[in-house]
Design a protein around this ligand. Structure first.
Ligand code: AGP
Length: 367
């Protein structure tokens, strides 16, 4: 009812607006005196140094946060990471060698495939860490250790705040691992902690831009197909942006690694097709500009999401959303906000049942 929605039209919008607080609630208790402390991890420095590989297993949006963290664990902590869909992992007899840490990510803690994957990993002798939102849920109870995301109850089927908190939990873990393993310096850690603390206010600022995004979204209510492209972390952000849009608006959408465009996807671009291009990674910026030009030549209309200061992107793209400066590993937390708003407003404009999209359940407890 209206009171539960706290004055917002939908739970999805309310939950998007709860993100600044949820993000702060997830990192604050784990930063002490300029150090990352994750007591519930149940691993001392020696155990952290002994990890040889991380295997992340999840479904849907939680899988997307896992994909993002692969780039972060590998880049920042130099630990090899495999990310698997839970429904695939459990049927392929995965090779889990000594020193593998398995991380299962789940908002509900009840997703059947994720729970089965957890059991499989435990059976194979791996230590399992759960990153879970619902306290006392099955995954939280069965994992060896659980790191909670403090998003609070999430009602809308499309996840927003739990997703954002999963990212924060994964940043904290990667920072902890990188610091202990000596792949980042004290100075770098301190700087990252400072950037982390700025995220809630930056997310708030992006949310306050909602009217501009709504206006833009209203132009695409009749779109046949919408594409999202990016490289590296931006590819992972694209996947989530695309899922947000299609699950609530029912508009066909796909996410592509921008370098893969010319291997097939580009034939789908028609006159006026909307392509959302993510450019938050400085080392991939020029490559992405070329990809924008590629789709523009085929008639695409391009919305770019990039870091503040990249005015030159306006020469290549048709519409630009800027995100504030942050650490290169944290850009997902900011770039996803306009994409959540975009998906939401396209769905609202089309008169969709935003909080309860057809055919979907909040928690998928069947295999
Ligand atoms: C995302 O908006 C989805 N509704 C869905 O993909 C979800 O992330 C997935 O079902 C996993 O759920 P869980 O986090 O509760 O395990």
């Amino acid at each position: 009812n209206a009171a539960e929605k706290g004055g917002y039209e939908h739970f999805m919008l309310k939950e998007m607006y709860e993100q600044p607080k949820a993000i702060a609630d997830t990192f604050s208790p784990r930063i002490k005196d300029g150090r990352i402390e994750i007591e519930e991890l149940g691993m001392d420095d020696e155990a952290i140094r002994a990890v040889k590989k991380i295997v992340i297993v999840a479904c849907g949006s939680a899988y997307h946060t896992g994909m993002t963290s692969k780039y972060i664990f590998e880049g920042m902590a130099r630990i090899p990471v495999e990310v698997d869909l839970a429904s695939e992992f459990r049927y392929r007899d995965p090779i889990l060698t000594d020193g593998t840490l398995v991380i299962v990510i789940s908002q509900s803690g009840e997703t059947a495939d994720s729970l089965a994957a957890l059991r499989e990993a435990k059976e194979k002798g791996c230590k399992v860490l759960g990153i879970v939102n619902v306290v006392g849920s099955s995954i939280a109870r069965e994992a060896d250790n659980v790191m909670y995301t403090w998003a609070g109850p999430e009602i809308a089927v499309a996840t927003t705040k739990a997703y954002s908190c999963q990212l924060i939990a994964l940043y904290l873990l990667a920072m902890k691992f990188a610091h202990v393993r000596g792949t980042i310096s004290e100075g770098e850690l301190a700087e990252m902690i400072e950037e982390l603390k700025k995220l809630p206010a930056q997310v708030e600022m992006l949310l306050n831009n909602k009217d501009r995004i709504q206006k833009f979204a209203n132009r695409y209510l009749a779109a046949k197909s919408i594409f999202f492209i990016g490289r590296g972390i931006d590819y992972a952000i694209s996947m989530e942006g695309s899922l947000k849009l299609k699950e609530v608006s029912y508009i066909h959408s796909e996410a592509y690694a921008a370098g893969e465009l010319k291997h097939g996807t580009i034939s789908l671009i028609e006159d006026g097709t909307l392509v959302t291009a993510l450019l938050t990674q400085e080392n991939l910026y020029k490559k992405m500009i070329s990809n924008i030009e590629e789709v523009k030549t085929r008639g695409a209309f391009v919305m770019a999401v990039t870091n503040e200061g990249h005015i030159d992107v306006e020469k290549a793209a048709d519409y630009v959303v800027y995100i504030p400066k942050t650490n290169k590993y944290f850009t997902n937390s900011l770039a996803i906000i306009p994409l959540q708003l975009f998906g939401y407003y396209v769905a609202v404009g089309r008169g969709c049942d935003v909080d309860k999209p057809r055919n979907l359940a909040k928690s998928v407890t069947v295999e």
